[in-house]
Design a protein around this ligand. Structure first.
Ligand SMILES: [Zn+2]
Length: 258
């Protein structure tokens, strides 16, 4: 048997991607650490909020592992990161920020964590949820990101949707909720894009700059570390290549069956 060329074919995933045109009434961003949401989907959130979408953040850990300052302790950095996250969310117009407060680096795929995400979904009832892609294999990924992605996908389906899961929440007055769309950021193979040209990347950069304890090169002019603002602009331009707009944010999309 001879191998056909098609068996070696790798689809070109560099775009153009399917463009997400609709803006839902409600969306939720679930991230592992303070600042992940701004990096992953800040420009899309800025645009959707401007178009009337109500956005809720669920930040799963307290960010207590995030400091490059040898003198800084976890107890010292946690309140700083919480404040930075609130300020970043305010820049983007995010309506609610839920801090689950798990220890940084300590997320587990367990019933407690899953139940917290299910409760948030049943409370805020988003059409669309954004999250880390847990299936990325191209390079290292923080364990908390993988845990958050896995638990969030599971929480959406089947746990938040089906009334026999976490029935104690229904006694609290919550109802099952079906999320229509899950958008993973950081995917090896994104397949959809949101047009974020028109200044939304600049809003994203402004929000990210609120994480002053984390983001070097944005607030320190003398820093020789990578300039995150320029990196975000470049990433958005590259994503939009082949599109009829200049800047985009890409995701891997899962759509729930009707
Ligand atoms: Zn993170």
């Amino acid at each position: 048997m001879t191998l056909r060329a098609s068996e070696f074919y790798q689809p070109d995933r560099a775009g153009p991607f399917d463009v997400i045109e609709d803006v839902p009434e409600r969306a939720m961003v679930v991230c592992a650490h303070p600042d992940d949401a701004e990096i992953g989907t800040g420009a899309t959130v800025a645009r959707w909020v401007a178009q009337g979408c109500e956005v809720v953040y669920v930040v799963c850990t307290d960010g207590g592992g995030g400091s490059n300052d040898d003198e800084m302790t976890s107890d010292g950095i946690v309140p700083v990161r919480g404040k930075e996250q609130s300020e970043a969310a305010r820049v983007l117009g995010v309506k609610h920020v839920i801090m689950l407060g798990h220890p940084d680096g300590g997320l587990e795929d367990d019933r407690v964590f899953r139940g917290e995400i299910v409760r948030a979904i049943r409370t805020y009832r988003p059409d669309t949820v954004f999250c880390h892609d847990p299936h990325r294999i191209n390079g290292f990924q923080h364990r908390d990101h993988r845990m958050t992605g896995t638990v969030t996908a599971d929480a959406i389906y089947p746990y938040a949707r089906d009334h026999l899961h976490f029935p104690e929440q229904l006694k609290d007055g919550l109802q099952p909720h079906k999320v229509r769309r899950l958008l993973f950021w950081g995917a090896d193979h994104p397949d959809v894009i949101v047009d974020v040209s028109g200044g939304y990347v600049e809003t994203q950069i402004e929000a990210l700059s609120k994480h002053a304890s984390q983001v070097f090169g944005l607030n320190d002019e003398s820093s020789d570390r990578p300039r995150f603002g320029e990196r975000l602009r470049e990433r958005s331009r590259r994503a939009a290549q082949g599109s009829d707009f200049d800047q985009g944010e890409t995701f891997r999309q899962l759509i729930a069956r009707a």
